[in-house]
Write a new protein. Structure first.
Length: 309
Protein backbone atom coordinates (compact mmCIF):
# COMPACT_ATOMS: atom_id res chain seq x y z
CA UNK A 1 0.00 0.00 0.00
CA UNK A 2 1.43 3.40 -1.05
CA UNK A 3 2.15 6.15 1.49
CA UNK A 4 -0.10 8.58 -0.42
CA UNK A 5 -3.03 6.27 0.33
CA UNK A 6 -2.18 6.02 4.03
CA UNK A 7 -2.09 9.76 4.69
CA UNK A 8 -5.85 10.42 4.13
CA UNK A 9 -6.69 7.41 6.30
CA UNK A 10 -4.42 8.66 9.08
CA UNK A 11 -5.93 12.15 8.91
CA UNK A 12 -9.46 10.73 9.02
CA UNK A 13 -8.64 8.57 12.03
CA UNK A 14 -7.02 11.53 13.81
CA UNK A 15 -10.05 13.76 13.21
CA UNK A 16 -12.45 11.08 14.41
CA UNK A 17 -10.41 10.49 17.56
CA UNK A 18 -10.35 14.25 18.26
CA UNK A 19 -14.13 14.56 17.78
CA UNK A 20 -14.76 11.57 20.03
CA UNK A 21 -12.47 13.03 22.71
CA UNK A 22 -14.25 16.40 22.60
CA UNK A 23 -17.68 14.76 22.78
CA UNK A 24 -16.66 12.61 25.72
CA UNK A 25 -15.11 15.62 27.44
CA UNK A 26 -18.05 17.98 27.06
CA UNK A 27 -20.90 15.50 26.91
CA UNK A 28 -21.48 15.12 30.62
CA UNK A 29 -22.49 18.48 32.09
CA UNK A 30 -22.95 19.22 35.74
CA UNK A 31 -26.44 19.72 37.09
CA UNK A 32 -27.76 23.13 38.09
CA UNK A 33 -27.48 22.19 41.78
CA UNK A 34 -23.78 21.34 41.34
CA UNK A 35 -23.19 24.64 39.55
CA UNK A 36 -24.89 26.57 42.38
CA UNK A 37 -22.74 24.80 44.97
CA UNK A 38 -19.64 25.62 42.95
CA UNK A 39 -20.70 29.28 42.83
CA UNK A 40 -21.12 29.33 46.61
CA UNK A 41 -17.67 27.79 47.12
CA UNK A 42 -15.94 29.94 44.49
CA UNK A 43 -17.27 33.50 44.01
CA UNK A 44 -15.28 33.84 40.79
CA UNK A 45 -17.39 31.11 39.21
CA UNK A 46 -20.48 33.30 39.65
CA UNK A 47 -19.10 36.03 37.40
CA UNK A 48 -17.86 33.42 34.96
CA UNK A 49 -21.31 31.93 34.61
CA UNK A 50 -22.92 35.34 34.19
CA UNK A 51 -20.62 36.27 31.34
CA UNK A 52 -21.54 33.68 28.75
CA UNK A 53 -18.74 33.34 26.29
CA UNK A 54 -19.07 31.84 22.86
CA UNK A 55 -16.75 30.50 20.22
CA UNK A 56 -13.26 29.11 20.57
CA UNK A 57 -12.54 30.95 23.83
CA UNK A 58 -15.38 29.11 25.59
CA UNK A 59 -14.30 25.81 24.06
CA UNK A 60 -10.69 26.29 25.10
CA UNK A 61 -11.68 27.39 28.60
CA UNK A 62 -13.77 24.27 29.13
CA UNK A 63 -11.08 22.01 27.68
CA UNK A 64 -8.20 23.67 29.55
CA UNK A 65 -8.27 21.51 32.73
CA UNK A 66 -8.08 18.28 30.73
CA UNK A 67 -5.57 19.51 28.14
CA UNK A 68 -3.23 21.10 30.67
CA UNK A 69 -3.22 18.17 33.08
CA UNK A 70 -0.22 16.51 31.41
CA UNK A 71 1.84 19.73 31.48
CA UNK A 72 0.95 21.01 34.94
CA UNK A 73 3.96 21.80 37.19
CA UNK A 74 4.53 19.18 39.83
CA UNK A 75 5.81 21.41 42.61
CA UNK A 76 4.31 24.50 44.18
CA UNK A 77 7.44 26.52 43.37
CA UNK A 78 7.06 25.81 39.65
CA UNK A 79 3.37 26.71 39.80
CA UNK A 80 4.19 30.03 41.45
CA UNK A 81 6.87 30.77 38.85
CA UNK A 82 4.37 30.14 36.05
CA UNK A 83 1.79 32.41 37.69
CA UNK A 84 4.40 35.17 38.10
CA UNK A 85 5.45 34.91 34.45
CA UNK A 86 1.85 35.17 33.31
CA UNK A 87 1.22 38.07 35.69
CA UNK A 88 4.27 39.87 34.30
CA UNK A 89 2.69 39.57 30.85
CA UNK A 90 -0.62 40.98 32.14
CA UNK A 91 -2.65 37.79 32.66
CA UNK A 92 -4.12 37.95 36.16
CA UNK A 93 -6.97 35.49 35.66
CA UNK A 94 -6.79 32.49 38.05
CA UNK A 95 -7.41 30.22 35.05
CA UNK A 96 -4.51 31.72 33.07
CA UNK A 97 -2.00 28.92 33.88
CA UNK A 98 -4.42 26.23 32.71
CA UNK A 99 -5.26 28.14 29.53
CA UNK A 100 -1.59 28.73 28.79
CA UNK A 101 -0.65 25.07 29.23
CA UNK A 102 -3.69 24.05 27.18
CA UNK A 103 -2.57 26.35 24.35
CA UNK A 104 0.90 24.79 24.45
CA UNK A 105 -0.59 21.30 24.29
CA UNK A 106 -2.86 22.24 21.37
CA UNK A 107 0.13 23.82 19.59
CA UNK A 108 2.06 20.60 20.08
CA UNK A 109 -0.73 18.52 18.53
CA UNK A 110 -1.31 20.93 15.64
CA UNK A 111 2.40 21.14 14.92
CA UNK A 112 2.71 17.36 14.93
CA UNK A 113 -0.31 16.90 12.64
CA UNK A 114 0.61 19.63 10.16
CA UNK A 115 4.30 18.81 10.18
CA UNK A 116 3.55 15.10 10.00
CA UNK A 117 1.27 15.55 7.00
CA UNK A 118 3.73 17.73 5.13
CA UNK A 119 6.70 15.56 6.09
CA UNK A 120 5.03 12.34 5.02
CA UNK A 121 3.87 13.84 1.73
CA UNK A 122 7.29 15.29 0.88
CA UNK A 123 9.74 12.78 2.37
CA UNK A 124 7.59 9.71 3.05
CA UNK A 125 8.32 7.23 5.83
CA UNK A 126 11.96 8.26 6.11
CA UNK A 127 14.24 9.84 8.67
CA UNK A 128 13.61 13.30 7.21
CA UNK A 129 9.86 12.80 7.57
CA UNK A 130 10.17 11.88 11.23
CA UNK A 131 12.51 14.83 11.78
CA UNK A 132 9.93 17.15 10.24
CA UNK A 133 7.28 15.84 12.64
CA UNK A 134 9.53 16.41 15.66
CA UNK A 135 10.59 19.90 14.60
CA UNK A 136 7.01 20.96 13.83
CA UNK A 137 5.75 19.62 17.15
CA UNK A 138 8.56 21.42 19.00
CA UNK A 139 7.85 24.67 17.16
CA UNK A 140 4.14 24.48 18.01
CA UNK A 141 4.99 23.72 21.64
CA UNK A 142 7.47 26.58 22.16
CA UNK A 143 5.65 29.21 20.09
CA UNK A 144 3.37 30.25 23.03
CA UNK A 145 6.51 30.59 25.17
CA UNK A 146 8.03 33.05 22.70
CA UNK A 147 4.78 35.02 22.50
CA UNK A 148 4.59 35.16 26.30
CA UNK A 149 8.15 36.48 26.54
CA UNK A 150 7.40 39.12 23.91
CA UNK A 151 4.25 40.28 25.73
CA UNK A 152 6.14 40.31 29.02
CA UNK A 153 8.97 42.46 27.64
CA UNK A 154 6.54 44.89 25.98
CA UNK A 155 4.50 45.27 29.14
CA UNK A 156 7.54 45.78 31.36
CA UNK A 157 8.91 48.39 28.95
CA UNK A 158 5.61 50.29 29.07
CA UNK A 159 5.64 50.22 32.88
CA UNK A 160 9.27 51.35 32.99
CA UNK A 161 8.65 54.28 30.65
CA UNK A 162 5.43 55.43 32.33
CA UNK A 163 6.56 54.99 35.94
CA UNK A 164 8.52 58.31 36.22
CA UNK A 165 5.47 60.33 35.12
CA UNK A 166 3.21 58.42 37.50
CA UNK A 167 5.70 58.86 40.33
CA UNK A 168 5.99 62.61 39.72
CA UNK A 169 2.21 62.97 39.86
CA UNK A 170 2.13 60.78 42.97
CA UNK A 171 4.72 63.03 44.65
CA UNK A 172 2.69 66.15 43.84
CA UNK A 173 -0.49 64.61 45.23
CA UNK A 174 1.17 63.39 48.44
CA UNK A 175 2.91 66.72 49.06
CA UNK A 176 -0.43 68.47 48.50
CA UNK A 177 -1.82 66.65 51.55
CA UNK A 178 -3.45 63.53 50.10
CA UNK A 179 -2.87 60.10 51.55
CA UNK A 180 -1.17 57.35 49.61
CA UNK A 181 -4.45 55.64 48.68
CA UNK A 182 -6.08 58.89 47.55
CA UNK A 183 -2.94 59.85 45.62
CA UNK A 184 -2.88 56.51 43.80
CA UNK A 185 -6.57 56.92 42.96
CA UNK A 186 -5.81 60.36 41.54
CA UNK A 187 -2.99 58.92 39.43
CA UNK A 188 -5.35 56.24 38.10
CA UNK A 189 -7.91 58.87 37.10
CA UNK A 190 -5.37 61.14 35.41
CA UNK A 191 -3.26 58.50 33.64
CA UNK A 192 -5.91 55.97 32.71
CA UNK A 193 -5.92 57.08 29.06
CA UNK A 194 -2.26 57.92 28.50
CA UNK A 195 -0.64 55.08 30.47
CA UNK A 196 -3.27 52.34 30.92
CA UNK A 197 -0.82 49.65 32.07
CA UNK A 198 0.55 51.42 35.14
CA UNK A 199 -2.90 52.83 35.89
CA UNK A 200 -4.39 49.33 35.77
CA UNK A 201 -1.76 48.02 38.18
CA UNK A 202 -2.45 50.83 40.65
CA UNK A 203 -6.19 50.32 40.29
CA UNK A 204 -5.74 46.63 41.13
CA UNK A 205 -3.77 47.64 44.23
CA UNK A 206 -6.59 49.97 45.29
CA UNK A 207 -9.16 47.22 44.84
CA UNK A 208 -7.12 44.87 47.01
CA UNK A 209 -6.77 47.56 49.68
CA UNK A 210 -10.53 48.12 49.65
CA UNK A 211 -11.04 44.39 50.16
CA UNK A 212 -9.09 44.59 53.41
CA UNK A 213 -5.67 43.22 52.49
CA UNK A 214 -2.69 44.66 54.39
CA UNK A 215 -0.87 47.42 52.56
CA UNK A 216 2.49 45.67 52.80
CA UNK A 217 1.18 42.56 51.07
CA UNK A 218 -0.53 44.61 48.37
CA UNK A 219 2.61 46.62 47.63
CA UNK A 220 4.78 43.50 47.66
CA UNK A 221 2.44 41.76 45.23
CA UNK A 222 2.54 44.84 43.00
CA UNK A 223 6.32 44.58 42.69
CA UNK A 224 6.24 40.85 42.03
CA UNK A 225 3.33 41.17 39.59
CA UNK A 226 5.07 43.71 37.37
CA UNK A 227 8.58 42.24 37.50
CA UNK A 228 10.16 45.70 36.94
CA UNK A 229 13.16 46.54 39.12
CA UNK A 230 12.16 50.17 39.52
CA UNK A 231 8.71 49.19 40.77
CA UNK A 232 10.30 46.77 43.23
CA UNK A 233 12.56 49.55 44.52
CA UNK A 234 9.57 51.88 44.87
CA UNK A 235 7.60 49.21 46.70
CA UNK A 236 10.50 48.54 49.07
CA UNK A 237 10.73 52.26 49.93
CA UNK A 238 6.97 52.52 50.53
CA UNK A 239 6.96 49.42 52.74
CA UNK A 240 9.92 50.73 54.72
CA UNK A 241 8.29 54.14 55.15
CA UNK A 242 5.04 52.53 56.30
CA UNK A 243 6.90 50.23 58.70
CA UNK A 244 8.99 52.90 60.43
CA UNK A 245 6.43 55.69 60.17
CA UNK A 246 8.64 58.04 58.15
CA UNK A 247 7.38 60.58 55.64
CA UNK A 248 6.04 58.96 52.49
CA UNK A 249 6.33 62.24 50.60
CA UNK A 250 10.07 62.46 51.30
CA UNK A 251 10.57 58.81 50.31
CA UNK A 252 8.69 59.35 47.05
CA UNK A 253 10.69 62.50 46.36
CA UNK A 254 13.99 60.62 46.78
CA UNK A 255 12.80 57.77 44.56
CA UNK A 256 11.55 60.23 41.93
CA UNK A 257 14.92 62.00 41.82
CA UNK A 258 16.75 58.67 41.58
CA UNK A 259 14.54 57.49 38.71
CA UNK A 260 14.96 60.81 36.92
CA UNK A 261 18.76 60.45 37.15
CA UNK A 262 18.54 56.87 35.94
CA UNK A 263 16.36 57.89 33.03
CA UNK A 264 18.87 60.59 32.01
CA UNK A 265 21.75 58.13 32.29
CA UNK A 266 19.95 55.64 30.04
CA UNK A 267 19.39 58.39 27.46
CA UNK A 268 23.08 59.37 27.61
CA UNK A 269 24.11 55.73 27.23
CA UNK A 270 21.96 55.34 24.13
CA UNK A 271 23.40 58.56 22.71
CA UNK A 272 26.95 57.27 23.23
CA UNK A 273 26.08 54.00 21.48
CA UNK A 274 24.70 55.83 18.46
CA UNK A 275 28.14 56.50 16.93
CA UNK A 276 29.08 52.83 17.03
CA UNK A 277 25.69 51.68 15.78
CA UNK A 278 25.83 54.08 12.82
CA UNK A 279 29.18 52.66 11.72
CA UNK A 280 27.68 49.54 10.12
CA UNK A 281 25.04 51.35 7.97
CA UNK A 282 27.73 53.81 6.88
CA UNK A 283 30.11 51.05 5.81
CA UNK A 284 27.46 48.95 4.08
CA UNK A 285 25.31 51.58 2.34
CA UNK A 286 26.90 55.04 2.26
CA UNK A 287 30.62 54.40 1.74
CA UNK A 288 30.12 52.25 -1.41
CA UNK A 289 28.12 55.05 -3.02
CA UNK A 290 30.73 57.67 -2.10
CA UNK A 291 33.49 55.37 -3.38
CA UNK A 292 31.74 54.98 -6.73
CA UNK A 293 31.15 58.72 -7.08
CA UNK A 294 34.74 59.68 -6.22
CA UNK A 295 36.72 56.87 -7.82
CA UNK A 296 34.37 56.08 -10.73
CA UNK A 297 35.41 58.91 -13.12
CA UNK A 298 39.11 58.34 -12.52
CA UNK A 299 38.68 54.61 -13.12
CA UNK A 300 36.84 55.28 -16.39
CA UNK A 301 39.64 57.60 -17.62
CA UNK A 302 42.29 55.05 -16.71
CA UNK A 303 40.43 52.33 -18.58
CA UNK A 304 40.06 54.58 -21.65
CA UNK A 305 43.78 55.39 -21.64
CA UNK A 306 44.75 51.74 -21.33
CA UNK A 307 42.44 50.78 -24.18
CA UNK A 308 43.70 53.61 -26.42
CA UNK A 309 47.27 52.37 -26.10
Amino acid sequence: MDITQLVPVAIFVGVMVGVWALMSLFGAKDSRAAERLEELKNPLARDKNRQKKEGMSNLLERAAPALSKALEPKTELEQNELKIRLANAGFHNPLAPQLYLAIKFVGLLLGALLGGGIGLLVYGMTKNGYTTIGLSAGAGFYLPELVLRYLKSCRQEKIFLSLPDALDLLVVCVEAGLGLDAAMRRVVEEMGDTHPVIAGEMNLCLMQLQMGRPRREVLHDWGVRTGVDDVKALVAILIQADKFGSSIAQALRVQSDAMRVKRRQIAEEKAQKTAVQMLFPLVLFIFPGIFVVLVGPAAIKMIDQLLSK
